[in-house]
Ligand binder design. Structure first.
Ligand SMILES: [Zn+2]
Length: 143
């Protein structure tokens, strides 16, 4: 019974030119069955590795870093490191790290690093720059 009512809703949405995705009320694209938002969400879900590659390339360009990683190289990187499965915002999630920070995103220059470790490295660099010895107690340093 439920399936019948669902397909009725689909028929109604189709006739009205609306996106066929569940709970979506936007208009479908011309000659298409889904709206832009739902279509790109479906594409991202179906092609997570390709999506992450585009994302990384985009952000590299935004930050003015060179980017020469091909799609095949990126796929191999993800397969080896499981980056696409463990990436995220938690301290334990993986990030893409450039081994040599003076070089851009090249296949030989990227590796994975946990978020926490990536943050720690940037702090260590900051304290070293400020003349603070990380090995000493806080009150033993000038500031
Ligand atoms: Zn939609």
């Amino acid at each position: 019974m439920k399936k019948l009512s669902q397909s009725k809703a689909l028929i109604r949405k189709k006739a009205a030119g609306l996106c066929l995705e569940k709970h979506c009320r936007r208009k479908a694209r011309k000659q298409r069955t889904r709206c832009n938002t739902c279509a790109s969400r479906r594409w991202r879900a179906a092609n997570p590795i390709h999506y992450l590659w585009i994302n990384l390339r985009h952000h590299a360009k935004q930050r003015g870093h060179a980017f020469t990683i091909t799609r095949a190289e990126w796929a191999a990187f993800c397969k080896r490191t499981k980056y696409h499965e463990e990436k995220g915002r938690d301290p334990d999630s993986l990030t893409v790290e450039r081994k040599n920070e003076n070089q851009g995103y090249h296949f030989w220059n990227i590796t994975v690093l946990r978020h926490a470790e990536n943050r720690r490295r940037s702090y260590v660099k900051y304290f070293a720059h400020a003349g603070i010895d990380y090995a000493k107690e806080p009150w033993e340093n000038p500031l």
